[in-house]
Write a new protein. Structure first.
Length: 204
């Protein structure tokens, strides 16, 4: 059974998450209080695009040596990409990834290039129409974005011949994105598909 990539164990996902989290101390994102006179947010909160249509990272760590412009660009690309996973809307994917994008952990049956994430999202939303993607942690270093994600929803459709009964879906993923001049050009990703398979009642 495949969704975004090959089946991996929960332990592997946790190990990668620990590695990413250990690279630098993550800074929590402050909540809005409606006070427009408050001081401008400090690094790295000033890098975040607060547009209401974009997912907001729960925690963000960024390498200061990148400079504000490049760091903000990479954070924005992450927000666009994971807004795609959160909504399924192709315009966010198109804005985030290059036409030359390459998936370095491509599952069997998935098309290469930007068509791959679109294929995966559309197919999985047949099973979980209310799928959401929480951007739990983002680490921006050099030309790499590392993200820890939490996918949630309810299995009300059909997946791999199994009909859902409305059961909850809740699993983690780790992505590493390589950013080119203006968009993401390649990635590596790992999901806790073992937990997902158990939640869907799909095996093999």
């Amino acid at each position: 059974m495949h969704w975004r990539t090959l089946t991996r164990t929960a332990a592997a996902v946790a190990a990668v998450a620990s590695l990413a989290a250990g690279t630098a101390a993550a800074a929590p994102v402050p909540s809005h209080d409606g006070d427009r006179h408050r001081p401008a947010p400090a690094w790295p909160q000033n890098l975040i695009d607060r547009s209401p249509d974009l997912v907001q990272p729960k925690s963000l760590t960024a390498d200061r040596s990148l400079g504000t412009r490049r760091a903000a660009q990479e954070v924005h690309l992450a927000q666009q990409l994971y807004t795609f996973w959160n909504t399924g809307q192709q315009r966010y994917l198109d804005a985030a990834v290059s036409p030359r994008f390459r998936d370095n952990t491509l599952p069997p049956g998935r098309p290469q290039g930007p068509a791959g994430p679109l294929f995966a999202s559309r197919n999985f939303r047949v099973a979980v129409p209310d799928l959401t993607c929480e951007l739990s942690e983002v680490l921006v270093t050099g030309d790499r974005i590392t993200a820890r994600l939490v996918f949630r929803g309810h299995f009300t459709g059909t997946f791999a011949g199994v009909r859902g009964q409305g059961q909850s879906v809740d699993f983690n993923a780790i992505d590493i994105q390589h950013v080119g001049t203006d968009r993401i050009v390649e990635d590596w990703h790992i999901e806790d598909n073992e937990a997902l398979s158990a939640q869907l009642g799909v095996h093999g």
